[in-house]
Design a protein around this ligand. Structure first.
Ligand SMILES: Nc1ncnc2c1ncn2[C@@H]1O[C@H](COP(=O)(O)OP(=O)(O)O)[C@@H](O)[C@H]1O
Ligand SMILES: [Mg+2]
Length: 218
């Protein structure tokens, strides 16, 4: 479960404060698949970065189940994130000098039991039909394949929550459907999934839709 209460984040532009996210409250239950829709600049990434604990809100509270992210230290947030959250960043975020398998296992390199993670990574790749890419480098994969690998990477630690920031951007419809199906399957297995998008044609996959406009939830 993700609960956000009265969240506000201010940034400075032209020496003036403005609210990139303003007084946003929302709740997404365990196993739900929710979408945050909104134009570019409406505050979606800023909201995700706060939920992931990467930036600190100016006001408001964030809970993942019974844990309050907003009262954790930086170190506690990093540990919590590593155990409970998968974040599919906007854009291409695989490391080009590492193989697909090493990219997927990256979040697990700090944990013990590496061989276990490699097996899980291979199993996850198998489930989405990309097992033959395990030892390839990102440059040899298509945009759609890379996107699905980044979702697998977000799942390696078996998180409670997955945040996927514009996971269908720059993909053709066929690959966008594959990504949406994959995220829906993940949510059906009990993981809470929130994605952001400005493309409305794939919303039939999700259970809940929140609309953001200029930092505010409509
Ligand atoms: N670090 C920052 N400093 C100043 N302004 C920022 C910063 N990050 C984002 N913004 C601004 O905040 C607004 C929301 O950005 P963002 O959350 O990236 O929106 P979205 O993901 O919906 O496109 C935009 O106007 C953007 O320019
Ligand atoms: Mg964004």
């Amino acid at each position: 479960m993700i609960k956000v209460e009265s969240l506000t984040k201010k940034f400075i532009r032209n020496e003036k404060d403005f609210d990139a996210v303003h007084n946003v409250s929302l709740e997404v239950k365990k196993g739900e698949f929710a979408a945050i829709i909104g134009h570019s600049g409406s505050g979606k990434t800023t909201l995700f970065n706060m939920i992931a604990g990467l930036i600190t809100p100016d006001f408001g509270k964030i809970y993942i189940d019974d844990s309050e992210i907003t009262e954790m230290t930086e170190n506690e947030k990093a540990v919590f994130r590593n155990h409970n959250m998968g974040y599919v960043l906007q854009g291409q975020s695989l490391l080009n000098n590492f193989t697909i398998l090493d990219n997927i296992c990256m979040p697990a390199y700090l944990s013990s039991g590496m061989s276990e993670f490699r097996e899980r990574a291979k199993e996850l790749l198998r489930e989405i039909g990309l097992e033959e890419f395990a030892n390839e480098y990102p440059a040899n994969l298509s945009g759609g394949e890379i996107r699905r690998v980044s979702i697998v990477r977000a799942m390696i630690n078996n998180p409670k929550v997955i945040l996927a920031d514009e996971p269908t951007s720059n993909l053709d419809p066929e690959n966008s459907h594959k990504v949406m199906q994959m995220l829906r399957d993940i949510s059906k297995s009990g993981t809470t999934v929130i994605l952001s998008t400005h493309e409305l044609e794939y919303l039939s996959y999700v259970n809940r839709v929140f609309k953001m406009d200029c930092g505010t939830l409509k």
